[in-house]
Ligand binder design. Structure first.
Ligand code: HEC
Ligand code: HEC
Length: 217
């Protein structure tokens, strides 16, 4: 009996600790709820089996050119899906995939991925060039600091500002591909072309350093 009580006490302590850790990471229930939006994550889970086959059941894809969707803003996921549907964002696989989703299911599917534990990097590589660009930018070259839009550690701004995707902890190869797409004008779907303007000035070594840094956050 005593033994069971001790176990329960330990368990409660562990739960409290977990809750404290999540709160530290800004993941309160309220924050997660706002990120999920109006869709139903439970319905979304069963509606997204096809998506999960590439993006992972936990939203953490294995293939490094397939982005993590875990903890991404539902509003951003919905916007990208619509952009893939209309061809405003081009990718042969996703242009086809997006057409399999109807409007009614889209909010639920996005809610499911948004409800998952947010993508998390394994630590940054101590590259101060990248850290400076991320935190301070270089206004002489039109590079606004990434942190000003993508938030602290690239984890997004307030959950009700879903224009700016979570990028911290995303796959490095995917981030690199997107920055190159923005720079080359292959991807043009950011509001006001802001990411094209920023990426235009980034050199290859800067993209390498930045994506290494951001994927670790
Ligand atoms: C066969 C693999 C595959 C399947 C299945 C798939 N995706 Fe994707 N998805 C990708 C790849 C690859 C990309 C990266 C596209 C790029 O490079 O622009 C992507 C990108 C995305 C993005 C953009 C994420 C970002 O950070 O900008 C979203 C959102 C997305 N997929 C949602 C879905 C949904 C919802 C489904 C199910 C209807 C789905 N995907 C099915 C491979 C897949
Ligand atoms: C003025 C605001 C702003 C700044 C500053 C900014 N971004 Fe962005 N970024 C955006 C927006 C908005 C999007 C989403 C575009 C869309 O709607 O598809 C985005 C998208 C991205 C994406 C694609 C994410 C994905 O999941 O596909 C990457 C990578 C990215 N930004 C990297 C950076 C880096 C690196 C910096 C700093 C050098 C930076 N951004 C600075 C606004 C900004």
């Amino acid at each position: 009996m005593i033994c069971i009580q001790i176990r329960i006490a330990n368990c409660l302590a562990a739960i409290t600790l977990l809750a404290a850790t999540s709160a530290d990471a800004g993941e309160s229930a309220d924050v997660i709820k706002q990120r999920i939006g109006s869709g139903d994550p439970v319905a979304g889970k069963s509606k997204s089996t096809l998506c999960q086959s590439c993006h992972g059941e936990d939203g953490l894809s294995v293939e490094d050119l397939i982005p993590y969707l875990a903890g991404q803003y539902s509003a951003y996921i919905i916007k990208e899906l619509r952009n893939f549907q209309t061809g405003a964002r081009k990718h042969p696989i996703m242009n086809t995939m997006a057409k399999t989703v109807n409007d009614a299911d889209l909010a639920d599917i996005a809610a499911y991925f948004a409800s998952l534990d947010k993508m998390q990097g394994g630590g940054w590589g101590k590259n101060t060039v990248a850290k400076n660009l991320f935190l301070k930018g270089d206004m002489s070259r039109n590079i606004q600091p990434c942190v000003s839009c993508h938030g602290i550690n690239g984890k997004g701004k307030a959950p009700d500002i879903a224009t700016f995707p979570v990028i911290g902890g995303q796959h490095k190869a995917y981030l690199r591909a997107q920055l190159i797409n923005w720079r080359d004008g292959q991807r043009t779907n950011s509001p006001g072309g802001v990411m094209n303007i920023i990426a235009k000035s980034l050199t290859d070594p800067e993209i390498e350093a930045l994506t290494d840094y951001i994927s670790g956050l």
